[in-house]
Design a protein around this ligand. Structure first.
Ligand SMILES: Cc1cc2nc3c(=O)[nH]c(=O)nc-3n(C[C@H](O)[C@H](O)[C@H](O)COP(=O)(O)OP(=O)(O)OC[C@H]3O[C@@H](n4cnc5c(N)ncnc54)[C@H](O)[C@@H]3O)c2cc1C
Ligand code: SF4
Length: 509
């Protein structure tokens, strides 16, 4: 008897471990492991998402003719015990599994298989567009990687947004410059808003999971109640269509905008489903491309969306496997400050942070610019330890997985890899947040003030960060001018900014 073990982030009938197996001689195993649920204090909505999606996927498997052994949370303290029970009950000789997406599970597999006496087949992971070996071959021994090079190569290989002569659609690879509309431009455009996403009323299976999660994990952040995401393939496809029809056309121009009243705006909220396998990356970008070819969405938006998935998502995944576990411990900027306690409550007078924190504590979601340019930016400027930041991001987000967090937090947000994947740190002062959001209007600080009690903490911390790392960044072509503008200021001006930053660090952290 063969067993195909499917992990909670591999929920697709196209899972390559199923391919070639005979449903008559194969059992499919799914395990809800309690140890896995509590090794971090995951947001409750993340737990609901994963268990509800696994339970719905078990039903899809049965409908497709597979026999399923589904081990629920109350039976399974750890993976190893559940596996042993399964192997004994069904006399499994061979265990097939798709390559797990994280190092820890990948490394534990051979020992688990030996412990229960089965032959192990680890099948290459087919949930990404770029295989781990392909990425490694492309990266070679480079000391720095650039996403743009990876993006163009993969887009050409896949033929996404490409013309028949091999040139990119519209004659250009990159329409980023059209995709940075500010809050004043949004107001000038008449304050466009997308229609609400289709309501996802939980069915009895999901309701049972919501009650279980609230009962079993009372000390985890967030509320399970109010959960509104799709948990099966059919609903995920409807959600994707709704995004493509109603939000994609303006996704590009307003990608970087942040509003207090509408935290999602034109973003897709597809990651929860994409990262579990309910949606496939290629089908998402091909469906977006069809909207462009049919004249239903502009190229700038479609290219922006394709860039996120073919470019960033695959690049981030590649870097995780390329750099290995040591990458997680990177701390090139020697950041030592502990994570502020108010990251767990949102209780801070800085309105931009309070808005983003309250949203994620409540729903498990922020869009990319909130994660990068508000939360990540603050942690970078304040010099918070990357390992503590990584744990926090991992616990709070419904779409968090080890592979996606590593390069996003360590590399992109905190520059802790010393610039391996970004030519300069994503650091900005209050002026950027004021330009791209409506947060500053409701804040007791003022983004343009550099001294006195109204001075914006982001602006003070930005210059403090530049001063702290001036020696490192003076030779960086994209940072040198900023460093010079700092060193050319008068001594008293610099002193006043640094004193202000010290006060911020003392009183607000
Ligand atoms: C500090 C930090 C933490 C992050 N944490 C996560 C995380 O836990 N899980 C996660 O999936 N992404 C994470 N990201 C990447 C990105 O912010 C999210 O994928 C995106 O915000 C999810 O929202 P969305 O589905 O509405 O995305 P959209 O803005 O609609 O983008 C479309 C899709 O592009 C992909 N994408 C875009 N940017 C990235 C990226 N940098 N890395 C990977 N995929 C990307 C996602 O699949 C996303 O669904 C993080 C980024 C930063 C800077
Ligand atoms: S003034 Fe500064 S702290 Fe306040 S919301 Fe704006 S950027 Fe954030």
């Amino acid at each position: 008897m063969t067993t195909v073990w499917i992990l909670g982030d591999q929920l697709t009938l196209e899972n390559a471990a199923l391919a070639g197996c005979d449903p008559g001689n194969t059992r499919v195993l799914l395990i809800e492991s309690r140890a896995r649920a509590v090794h971090r204090r995951h947001h409750r909505r993340k737990l609901v998402l994963v268990y509800a999606a696994m339970r719905h996927f078990a039903a899809d498997l049965q409908e497709a003719g597979w026999t399923v052994d589904y081990q629920r949370l109350d039976q399974t303290p750890v993976f190893g015990d559940a596996l042993r029970r399964h192997v004994r009950a069904f006399r499994t000789e061979r265990l097939r599994i798709l390559e797990p997406s994280d190092f820890a599970t990948r490394h534990a597999l051979p020992q688990w298989a030996r412990d229960v006496g089965v032959v192990l087949d680890v099948v290459p992971n087919n949930l990404f567009l770029v295989g781990r070996d392909e990425f490694r071959d492309w990266a070679g021994a480079s000391r720095r990687l650039r996403m743009e090079h990876h993006y163009r190569r993969v887009r050409s290989r896949l033929g996404v947004l490409m013309e028949s002569d091999g040139s990119p659609a519209g004659g250009t690879w990159n329409l980023d410059s059209e995709n940075r509309r500010t809050v004043s431009e949004w107001r000038r455009d008449g304050c466009p808003r997308p229609p609400a996403a289709p309501p996802m009323t939980p069915d009895p299976v999901t309701r049972e999971v919501i009650e279980m999660v609230d009962r079993e994990f009372p000390d985890h952040p967030g509320r399970a109640e109010g959960f509104d995401l799709p948990v099966d393939r059919a609903a995920s496809l409807r959600w994707l269509d709704h995004f493509l029809d109603h939000r994609l056309p303006k996704f590009g121009p307003y990608e970087d905008l942040m509003l207090s009243e509408d935290p999602v705006l034109f973003h897709s909220r597809l990651t929860p489903m994409l990262n579990l396998g309910l949606l496939r990356p290629l089908e998402c970008v091909q469906a977006a491309e069809r909207r462009y070819r049919e004249g239903r969405a502009p190229l700038a938006s479609v290219e922006g969306f394709v860039r996120q998935i073919v470019g960033w998502r695959e690049f981030i995944h590649g870097v995780y496997w390329l750099r290995g576990p040591d990458y997680l411990a990177s701390n090139a900027l020697d950041a030592r400050r502990p994570l502020p306690r108010w990251f767990w409550t949102g209780d801070t007078p800085m309105n931009c942070l309070a808005q983003c924190l309250r949203q994620v504590l409540d729903t498990g979601y922020n869009h990319h610019i909130q994660r990068l340019m508000v939360l990540g930016n603050f942690l970078l400027l304040a010099g918070v330890r990357p390992d503590e930041a990584l744990d926090w991001f991992n616990e709070l987000y419904v779409d968090a997985h080890d592979w996606v967090m590593a390069a996003n937090v360590v590399g992109m947000a905190l520059h802790a890899d010393g610039g391996f994947m970004a030519t300069k740190p994503y650091a900005a002062g209050g002026a950027y947040i004021a330009r791209m959001s409506d947060y500053c209007r409701g804040c007791r600080f003022r983004p343009t003030e550099r001294s006195g009690p109204g001075a914006c903490p982001f602006t003070l911390l930005y210059w403090d960060f530049i001063a702290r790392h001036a020696a490192r960044f003076a030779s960086n072509p994209r940072m040198a001018a900023i460093v010079r503008s700092w060193t050319h200021r008068s001594e008293s001006d610099r002193r006043s900014v640094l004193d202000g930053a010290a006060r911020v660090l003392e009183t607000l952290l």
